[in-house]
Design a protein around this ligand. Sequence first.
Ligand code: ADP
Ligand code: MG
Length: 255
Amino acid sequence: MSLIIDSLHSHIAEKDVLKGISLTVQPGEIHAIMGPNGSGKSTLAYTLAGHPAYEVDTVKSRVELDGENLMELSPDERAKQGVFLAFQYPTEIPGVSVQNFLRALWEARFGPLKDNPEKSFDSVLAFRRYLQAEAEKLGVAPELLQRNLNEGFSGGERKRVEILQMSLFKPRYAILDETDSGLDIDAIRIVAEGAKHIVETHDTGVLLITHYQRILQFIEPDFVHVLVNGQIVKSGEKELAQELENTGYEPYLTQ
Ligand code: ADP
Ligand code: MG
């Protein structure tokens, strides 16, 4: 059981972006991927999730999800297999309540509410009770569940709902692309705590993608990888994040 990324090459709009990424994520491990803007961090996240704009060089690349060839799975199948790209839906969805959105997400992962191997609910009401209990555990106010997704949410509320979304999904592997450098410190803490929560409760393997090391004040990665120009130029343990904080990416840019 592991997510094995082996020599991943991927391009977008004729531009080679990922030029041979290799790393293995075991369940329960947190890998931080750090790198300057434009180094290919988001491309890595979208490529793994199966975004159609990103084309993989299938001759050179191999990605194995718990023994299966990830590249042969559609984005929906990847989701069913437990690959979760965090914050896929950061925007408002008018007219869709949080609870209905979460139900659709849950069914996409586990199948119809009734008669599924994960948990059978005999009614939508029973599912809502389950949602409320989960929301409470993660500090999501119950009234938020009835509101339209992200409509008028504060940054913190948005993040909490995203973490609830991730937690209900019980990902085997979660990819968190922290593109939003405008997040305040409370929101960053919520994301960090949410990531720790899924690692502890579901033994999820996490790829935590980040430009800044701020989030790493709240979560200790097992491994840190420096991504520059589509390649991992250095891997280490958590001390590497500290080192980057002191030196910046400068020492790696000339390589
Ligand atoms: P990061 O997330 O590390 O900032 P990205 O993965 O977003 O980097 O981008 C990597 C490279 O791919 C950049 O040079 C960027 O300009 C390019 N790129 C990303 N999206 C597109 C696109 N839609 N069309 C052309 N080039 C793109
Ligand atoms: Mg990015």
